[in-house]
Design a protein around this ligand. Sequence first.
Ligand code: CDP
Ligand code: CDP
Length: 209
Amino acid sequence: MIIAVDGPAASGKGTIAKALGRHYGLPVLDTGLLYRAVGLSVLKNGGDPDHQADALAACGFDDAILADPALRSEAVGSLASRVSVHQSVRDALVQRQRDFATQPGGAILDGRDIGTVIAPDADAKIFVTASVHVRAERRFKDAQAHGGQPDMDSLIADIQARDTRDMSRDHAPLKIADGADLLDTSNLTIDAAVQRAIALVDAQLEGRP
Ligand code: CDP
Ligand code: CDP
Protein backbone atom coordinates (compact mmCIF):
# COMPACT_ATOMS: atom_id res chain seq x y z
CA MET A 1 0.00 0.00 0.00
CA ILE A 2 1.42 3.39 -1.04
CA ILE A 3 -0.01 6.68 0.26
CA ALA A 4 1.02 9.92 -1.47
CA VAL A 5 0.80 13.19 0.49
CA ASP A 6 1.61 16.36 -1.46
CA GLY A 7 1.18 20.07 -0.84
CA PRO A 8 2.88 23.45 -0.49
CA ALA A 9 5.22 24.63 2.29
CA ALA A 10 3.82 24.45 5.83
CA SER A 11 0.47 23.08 4.69
CA GLY A 12 0.81 20.38 7.35
CA LYS A 13 1.63 17.50 5.00
CA GLY A 14 4.59 16.27 7.08
CA THR A 15 2.54 16.20 10.28
CA ILE A 16 -0.29 14.39 8.48
CA ALA A 17 2.05 11.92 6.75
CA LYS A 18 3.66 10.97 10.09
CA ALA A 19 0.25 10.55 11.75
CA LEU A 20 -0.94 8.37 8.85
CA GLY A 21 2.24 6.34 9.26
CA ARG A 22 1.39 5.66 12.91
CA HIS A 23 -2.26 4.92 12.09
CA TYR A 24 -1.58 2.45 9.26
CA GLY A 25 1.73 1.16 10.63
CA LEU A 26 3.71 2.27 7.58
CA PRO A 27 7.16 3.90 7.25
CA VAL A 28 7.20 7.55 6.13
CA LEU A 29 9.68 9.41 3.88
CA ASP A 30 9.78 13.22 3.95
CA THR A 31 11.09 13.67 0.38
CA GLY A 32 11.61 17.42 0.90
CA LEU A 33 14.56 16.52 3.13
CA LEU A 34 16.38 15.06 0.11
CA TYR A 35 16.01 18.31 -1.83
CA ARG A 36 16.96 20.28 1.28
CA ALA A 37 20.12 18.12 1.61
CA VAL A 38 21.06 18.99 -1.99
CA GLY A 39 20.42 22.70 -1.34
CA LEU A 40 22.48 22.73 1.86
CA SER A 41 25.31 20.75 0.17
CA VAL A 42 25.50 23.30 -2.64
CA LEU A 43 25.81 26.02 -0.02
CA LYS A 44 28.54 24.15 1.86
CA ASN A 45 30.40 23.48 -1.43
CA GLY A 46 30.29 27.17 -2.29
CA GLY A 47 28.26 26.39 -5.43
CA ASP A 48 25.38 28.17 -7.15
CA PRO A 49 21.95 26.48 -6.63
CA ASP A 50 20.69 27.90 -9.93
CA HIS A 51 23.61 26.34 -11.80
CA GLN A 52 22.67 22.85 -12.90
CA ALA A 53 26.15 21.32 -12.68
CA ASP A 54 26.68 22.63 -9.13
CA ALA A 55 23.26 21.35 -8.03
CA LEU A 56 23.80 17.94 -9.65
CA ALA A 57 27.24 17.56 -8.03
CA ALA A 58 25.56 18.10 -4.63
CA CYS A 59 23.20 15.14 -5.19
CA GLY A 60 25.93 12.81 -3.98
CA PHE A 61 25.53 14.25 -0.49
CA ASP A 62 26.66 12.32 2.58
CA ASP A 63 23.55 11.12 4.50
CA ALA A 64 25.01 12.68 7.68
CA ILE A 65 23.73 16.02 6.33
CA LEU A 66 20.15 14.75 6.84
CA ALA A 67 20.69 15.28 10.58
CA ASP A 68 21.98 18.87 10.18
CA PRO A 69 19.72 21.24 12.19
CA ALA A 70 20.06 23.90 9.45
CA LEU A 71 18.21 21.57 7.07
CA ARG A 72 14.79 22.67 8.39
CA SER A 73 15.31 26.44 8.07
CA GLU A 74 13.27 28.49 5.59
CA ALA A 75 16.58 29.60 4.00
CA VAL A 76 17.40 25.98 3.14
CA GLY A 77 13.79 25.42 2.02
CA SER A 78 14.33 28.19 -0.49
CA LEU A 79 17.65 26.68 -1.67
CA ALA A 80 15.88 23.32 -2.02
CA SER A 81 13.25 24.91 -4.20
CA ARG A 82 15.97 26.41 -6.43
CA VAL A 83 17.93 23.16 -6.92
CA SER A 84 14.73 21.17 -7.46
CA VAL A 85 13.86 22.94 -10.74
CA HIS A 86 16.70 21.06 -12.49
CA GLN A 87 15.50 17.84 -14.16
CA SER A 88 18.91 16.20 -13.58
CA VAL A 89 18.57 16.79 -9.82
CA ARG A 90 15.06 15.30 -9.78
CA ASP A 91 16.31 12.28 -11.80
CA ALA A 92 19.16 11.74 -9.33
CA LEU A 93 16.68 11.49 -6.43
CA VAL A 94 13.92 9.43 -8.10
CA GLN A 95 15.31 5.94 -7.49
CA ARG A 96 15.76 6.45 -3.76
CA GLN A 97 12.14 7.61 -3.46
CA ARG A 98 10.72 4.80 -5.62
CA ASP A 99 12.73 2.17 -3.70
CA PHE A 100 11.23 3.53 -0.47
CA ALA A 101 7.72 3.59 -1.96
CA THR A 102 7.86 -0.01 -3.24
CA GLN A 103 9.31 -1.66 -0.13
CA PRO A 104 7.39 -4.73 1.04
CA GLY A 105 4.39 -3.79 3.18
CA GLY A 106 4.06 -0.34 1.69
CA ALA A 107 5.00 3.22 2.55
CA ILE A 108 3.89 6.83 2.86
CA LEU A 109 5.79 9.63 1.10
CA ASP A 110 5.22 13.35 1.38
CA GLY A 111 6.46 16.04 -0.99
CA ARG A 112 5.39 17.87 -4.13
CA ASP A 113 5.29 15.25 -6.92
CA ILE A 114 4.55 11.98 -5.11
CA GLY A 115 1.06 11.51 -6.56
CA THR A 116 2.03 12.84 -10.00
CA VAL A 117 5.55 11.48 -10.70
CA ILE A 118 7.05 9.29 -7.97
CA ALA A 119 4.01 7.06 -7.32
CA PRO A 120 1.23 7.97 -9.80
CA ASP A 121 -0.41 4.58 -9.07
CA ALA A 122 -0.48 5.16 -5.30
CA ASP A 123 -3.42 3.50 -3.50
CA ALA A 124 -4.40 6.78 -1.85
CA LYS A 125 -3.48 10.41 -2.58
CA ILE A 126 -4.04 13.51 -0.45
CA PHE A 127 -3.23 17.08 -1.47
CA VAL A 128 -2.84 19.14 1.71
CA THR A 129 -3.16 22.90 1.53
CA ALA A 130 -3.79 26.01 3.69
CA SER A 131 -3.90 29.77 3.10
CA VAL A 132 -0.59 31.59 2.74
CA HIS A 133 -1.29 33.59 5.91
CA VAL A 134 -1.97 30.50 8.02
CA ARG A 135 1.14 28.80 6.67
CA ALA A 136 3.32 31.83 7.42
CA GLU A 137 1.87 31.95 10.96
CA ARG A 138 2.82 28.30 11.47
CA ARG A 139 6.39 29.00 10.35
CA PHE A 140 6.42 32.09 12.60
CA LYS A 141 5.44 30.01 15.64
CA ASP A 142 7.95 27.26 14.76
CA ALA A 143 10.78 29.82 14.44
CA GLN A 144 9.82 31.48 17.75
CA ALA A 145 9.68 28.11 19.48
CA HIS A 146 13.26 27.51 18.30
CA GLY A 147 14.44 30.82 19.78
CA GLY A 148 14.34 32.78 16.50
CA GLN A 149 12.98 36.27 15.85
CA PRO A 150 10.96 35.72 12.68
CA ASP A 151 9.52 38.50 10.55
CA MET A 152 5.97 37.81 9.33
CA ASP A 153 6.28 39.87 6.12
CA SER A 154 9.43 38.12 4.99
CA LEU A 155 7.95 34.70 5.86
CA ILE A 156 4.91 35.48 3.69
CA ALA A 157 7.18 36.66 0.85
CA ASP A 158 9.39 33.55 1.13
CA ILE A 159 6.41 31.18 1.08
CA GLN A 160 4.81 32.97 -1.87
CA ALA A 161 8.09 32.90 -3.82
CA ARG A 162 8.49 29.18 -3.10
CA ASP A 163 4.85 28.43 -4.08
CA THR A 164 5.30 30.27 -7.37
CA ARG A 165 8.61 28.55 -8.19
CA ASP A 166 7.30 25.08 -7.23
CA MET A 167 4.05 25.48 -9.21
CA SER A 168 5.49 27.08 -12.33
CA ARG A 169 8.62 24.99 -12.92
CA ASP A 170 8.84 22.87 -16.09
CA HIS A 171 9.60 19.55 -14.38
CA ALA A 172 7.25 17.90 -11.86
CA PRO A 173 5.48 21.14 -10.83
CA LEU A 174 3.36 21.16 -7.69
CA LYS A 175 -0.23 20.37 -8.70
CA ILE A 176 -3.14 18.26 -7.53
CA ALA A 177 -2.61 14.71 -8.83
CA ASP A 178 -5.34 12.83 -10.68
CA GLY A 179 -7.42 11.04 -8.06
CA ALA A 180 -6.14 13.09 -5.11
CA ASP A 181 -8.48 14.46 -2.44
CA LEU A 182 -7.95 18.06 -1.35
CA LEU A 183 -7.54 18.69 2.39
CA ASP A 184 -7.54 22.38 3.41
CA THR A 185 -6.09 22.60 6.94
CA SER A 186 -6.41 26.41 7.28
CA ASN A 187 -9.09 26.16 9.97
CA LEU A 188 -8.33 22.69 11.32
CA THR A 189 -6.44 21.68 14.44
CA ILE A 190 -3.77 19.05 13.87
CA ASP A 191 -6.06 16.37 15.37
CA ALA A 192 -8.98 17.37 13.14
CA ALA A 193 -6.74 17.44 10.05
CA VAL A 194 -5.39 13.97 10.85
CA GLN A 195 -8.89 12.52 11.41
CA ARG A 196 -10.03 13.99 8.10
CA ALA A 197 -6.95 12.59 6.31
CA ILE A 198 -7.62 9.10 7.73
CA ALA A 199 -11.27 9.30 6.60
CA LEU A 200 -10.22 10.35 3.07
CA VAL A 201 -7.60 7.60 2.81
CA ASP A 202 -10.04 4.97 4.13
CA ALA A 203 -12.64 6.06 1.56
CA GLN A 204 -10.09 5.91 -1.27
CA LEU A 205 -8.91 2.45 -0.16
CA GLU A 206 -12.52 1.20 -0.02
CA GLY A 207 -13.14 2.49 -3.53
CA ARG A 208 -10.15 0.64 -4.97
CA PRO A 209 -10.88 -1.84 -7.72
O1 CDP B 1 8.41 21.39 4.48
P1 CDP B 1 8.23 22.33 3.34
O2 CDP B 1 6.95 22.09 2.63
O3 CDP B 1 8.50 23.74 3.67
O4 CDP B 1 9.35 22.00 2.25
P2 CDP B 1 9.91 20.60 1.82
O5 CDP B 1 8.82 19.61 1.62
O6 CDP B 1 11.02 20.23 2.74
O7 CDP B 1 10.51 20.91 0.37
C1 CDP B 1 11.51 21.88 0.13
C2 CDP B 1 11.52 22.16 -1.36
O8 CDP B 1 11.97 20.98 -2.04
C3 CDP B 1 10.17 22.48 -1.98
O9 CDP B 1 9.85 23.87 -1.95
C4 CDP B 1 10.29 21.94 -3.40
O10 CDP B 1 10.83 22.91 -4.27
C5 CDP B 1 11.28 20.80 -3.27
N1 CDP B 1 10.63 19.48 -3.32
C6 CDP B 1 10.34 18.96 -4.55
O11 CDP B 1 10.59 19.60 -5.58
N2 CDP B 1 9.77 17.72 -4.67
C7 CDP B 1 9.49 17.01 -3.56
N3 CDP B 1 8.95 15.79 -3.70
C8 CDP B 1 9.74 17.54 -2.28
C9 CDP B 1 10.30 18.80 -2.18
O1 CDP C 1 5.36 19.41 6.07
P1 CDP C 1 4.81 20.80 5.93
O2 CDP C 1 5.88 21.83 5.67
O3 CDP C 1 3.69 20.89 4.95
O4 CDP C 1 4.16 21.22 7.33
P2 CDP C 1 4.35 20.63 8.80
O5 CDP C 1 5.80 20.63 9.13
O6 CDP C 1 3.60 19.35 8.94
O7 CDP C 1 3.57 21.71 9.65
C1 CDP C 1 4.07 23.02 9.81
C2 CDP C 1 3.66 23.52 11.18
O8 CDP C 1 2.25 23.72 11.20
C3 CDP C 1 4.00 22.58 12.31
O9 CDP C 1 4.45 23.34 13.41
C4 CDP C 1 2.68 21.92 12.65
O10 CDP C 1 2.58 21.56 14.00
C5 CDP C 1 1.69 23.02 12.31
N1 CDP C 1 0.35 22.52 11.90
C6 CDP C 1 -0.77 23.12 12.40
O11 CDP C 1 -0.65 24.05 13.18
N2 CDP C 1 -2.02 22.69 12.04
C7 CDP C 1 -2.19 21.69 11.18
N3 CDP C 1 -3.42 21.29 10.83
C8 CDP C 1 -1.03 21.06 10.64
C9 CDP C 1 0.25 21.52 11.03
